[in-house]
Design a protein around this ligand. Structure first.
Ligand code: DGL
Length: 270
């Protein structure tokens, strides 16, 4: 597929299975306020966590095609699950495009732990992937890494249930085994989870460090844009547009709650 952006003010395209990638977009906005951004939530097909790698790759191709047709100059896969299943395929499909993926922050967690036990909260798709196995092989040696798939948690965030009793109960179930194993560092290995960070903090207490990758991804993106001379030179505040294929009436309100009150959500039909 032809990459068709024409100028440095072309947007950065960011996608996720749903609204979770907004936690990454916030860091991108903070670090690069002059960049224009397009965010695409594949909420109709969320969660990706239990889907096959083939399905996730096919969805990722569709979403990437859309963002490139909108003129994106770079692509951020703001989803650990989609990165594991699709980033290699995306790079093959668009060899000339800057594509940034993400993976659970095992490396910094291993460096930070004092008890020698690291917990990882992620989707089962991420935890079962060959990429995650390779990550553990590479960085997990000598540390006990306890993983926990969080079934149902992405759905809570998609519905905007960020501060209620049932989400808290679900989180408690997932966090307890990590605390029992004496994890003092917990990786938020899914981009939806930073939106329930306050609840996780209330469960784990002040002595447990939570690590997510949003800030590191934004920094890596800026470095790569700089290397390729693709940073926007404008000094105006960049614009952000938001697309979703969700059929839910509350989709716009959920994105407003996570991003800000001015969002006018555009409907993607595919
Ligand atoms: N935000 C995605 C991730 O980072 C969630 C995956 C899902 O939809 O299950 O893994």
């Amino acid at each position: 597929m032809q990459i068709k952006f024409h100028s440095l003010d072309a947007p950065i395209g960011v996608f996720d299975s749903g609204v979770g990638g907004l936690s990454v977009l916030k860091h991108i906005r903070e670090l690069m306020p002059h960049e224009n951004l397009i965010y695409l939530a594949d909420s109709k097909y969320a969660p990706y966590g239990n889907q096959t790698a083939e399905f996730i790759q096919a969805r990722s191709f569709k979403l990437a095609d859309f963002l490139i047709n909108q003129g994106a100059k770079a692509l951020v896969v703001a989803c650990n699950t989609a990165t594991a299943s699709a980033v290699a395929g995306l790079r093959e499909r668009y060899p000339d495009l800057l594509i940034i993926g993400m993976e659970p922050a095992v490396k910094p967690a291993v460096a930070a732990t004092k008890t020698g036990v690291v917990g990882v909260l992620a989707t089962s798709g991420t935890l079962k992937s060959a990429q995650f196995a390779a990550l553990l092989e590479h960085y997990g040696q000598g540390t006990e890494v306890v993983t926990q798939a969080c079934l149902g948690l992405v759905e809570c965030v998609e519905k905007g249930e960020l501060n209620n009793a049932s989400t808290l109960a679900l989180l408690k179930r997932y966090v307890e085994p990590l605390l029992e194993a004496k994890a003092d560092t917990i990786v938020l290995g899914c981009t939806h989870y930073p939106f329930v960070r306050a609840m996780i903090e209330s469960l784990v207490g002040p002595d447990v460090v939570l690590i997510d990758t949003g800030a590191a991804v934004a920094k890596h993106l800026r470095n790569r844009l700089q290397e390729k001379a693709l940073l926007n030179q404008s000094t105006n505040l960049g614009e952000a547009s938001f697309w979703s294929n969700s059929d839910a009436d509350e989709a716009q309100n959920v994105i407003r709650a996570l991003w800000g009150p001015d969002v006018e959500l555009k409907k993607l039909l595919a």
